[in-house]
Design a binder for this molecule. Structure first.
Ligand code: ADP
Ligand code: MG
Length: 295
């Protein structure tokens, strides 16, 4: 449904924000993209929806490379949902107008009531005349999602969709995305800095470090049998973890990506070879550990 091939985004200042990413979101699949702040998740998300131009490599939608001439269609089919719904909504626009705006801009008919209902705002008519400040954060995010659904997308790219919400409503929004997958067959890439979130929502997980996907697999593979030491460190900060792995070294700087395995300066199990050998994305097969690759 959505794919990147060898995607690079380097900013003018030299930050290699996305540094050779191969990622696939299949039909009806929810993929969680997880990594710490600054690792390039938002840049990748924006490249996927066509808001950031790749330095090289490709974005494909349903197998076809993103064509600049068909960018408007791409932006309709691949909808971006952001972290802060309060910022995404115009304070002077009613819920009805907010949801109708996308279809209007695209010259399409709209079904505002249907979109609000799909986003769990029922009965929808009760929300038509309301303004963002009259809604809770969770309701605002549902309005944003309804606005995305009004364009009948095939994929949603949700960048930290629950990070600005109260803990009590995060689960509801994640459940909504799951429901959209189950009922509408919608695919989604859900971006988060919290690996724990993947449990609740994802079919597959991709772990990103310093511009690169370092490990990918099913939720069970990645969360129960992590192979990359970075994934293990991310898991160790979850409340359920018996011990915490504290990473040494400086926080990563995308303007100075280390040679060899890019994680090696902070890696608790590094050996000499790690500074020399680049590490491929670890396959979803627990027979290969990273040290076997470099030795
Ligand atoms: P994340 O969403 O994982 O926090 P971002 O994609 O926002 O990561 O940022 C990745 C890296 O790219 C960071 O080092 C950030 O400072 C840099 N960056 C992001 N946006 C820009 C920009 N517009 N110009 C220059 N550097 C940027
Ligand atoms: Mg971000």
């Amino acid at each position: 449904m959505l794919e990147t091939r060898d995607l690079y985004v380097t900013y003018p200042g030299g930050a290699r924000a996305v540094d050779g990413v191969n990622l696939r979101v299949g039909p009806g699949e929810i993929v969680a993209l997880i990594g710490e702040s600054g690792c390039g998740k938002s840049t990748l998300a924006r490249a996927l929806v066509g808001l950031v131009k790749p330095t090289s490599g490709q974005v494909l939608h349903q197998g076809a490379p993103l064509d600049p001439k068909r960018m408007k269609e791409h932006r309709r089919k691949v909808q971006l949902v952001l972290q802060d719904p309060g910022g995404a909504l115009n304070p002077r626009q009613t819920v009805f107008d907010a949801v109708a705006e996308g279809p209007r801009l695209h010259g399409l008919s709209h079904d505002v009531a249907g979109s609000l209902a799909k986003a769990g705002l029922r009965p929808p008519e009760e929300y038509f005349r309301r303004y963002p400040h009259e809604l809770s954060g969770g309701q605002q995010q549902r309005v944003v999602i309804a606005g995305a659904l009004a364009l009948n997308p095939s994929v949603i790219v949700a960048d930290e969709p629950v990070a600005s919400l109260d803990a009590s409503v995060r689960g509801e929004i994640l459940k909504l995305l799951l429901g959209l997958r189950d009922e509408l067959g919608l695919s989604a890439l859900v971006v988060s800095h919290d690996l724990g979130l993947a449990w609740n929502i994802a079919d597959r997980v991709a772990v990103m470090y310093l511009g690169r996907i370092v490990e990918t697999g099913t939720v069970e593979e990645v969360l129960l049998r992590p192979r990359h030491p970075y994934t293990k460190a991310l898991l160790s900060v979850l409340p359920s973890s018996p011990e915490r792995i504290v990473l040494s070294g400086e926080p990563p700087d995308p303007t100075r990506v280390p040679g060899g395995c890019r994680f090696h300066p902070r890696c608790p199990i590094r050996v000499d070879g790690c500074a020399v050998h680049d590490l491929p994305v670890l396959p979803a097969d627990d027979s290969v550990a990273c040290l076997e690759v470099v030795q």
